[in-house]
Design a binder for this molecule. Structure first.
Ligand code: FES
Length: 98
């Protein structure tokens, strides 16, 4: 783990869009997407409704809380919940609206 001031910053690229946003590792992907101007769907913001679900085509994320709507197979298939996911590398995301 890095001290806050020394943590690397990652970039998320939205697949199909010429858009790259900064994704600090201490900020959820959903917050980063919204701060980057992306109109990403969301509702509960706590990993229970599934409305923010996207697909991680490249990269890694971590979850600090247990998710309730993704099975282990979903995670293996690349599904991600940006509202509770934190980046661990540069990412390529695909959302349901893209
Ligand atoms: S906003 Fe509900 S699971 Fe992400």
């Amino acid at each position: 783990m890095y001290p806050t001031t020394q943590r690397p910053s990652f970039t998320a690229r939205i697949d199909g869009e010429a858009l790259a946003i900064a994704t600090p590792p201490h900020q959820t992907l959903l917050d980063s997407l919204e701060l980057g101007g992306v109109d990403w769907p969301s509702s509960c913001r706590e990993g229970t409704c599934g409305s923010c679900m996207g697909r991680l085509k490249q990269g890694r994320v971590r979850y600090d809380t247990q998710w309730f709507v993704l099975s282990d197979q979903d995670v293996e298939d690349g599904l991600v919940l940006p509202c509770i996911a934190y980046p661990e590398s540069d990412l390529v995301l695909e959302g349901s609206s893209f």
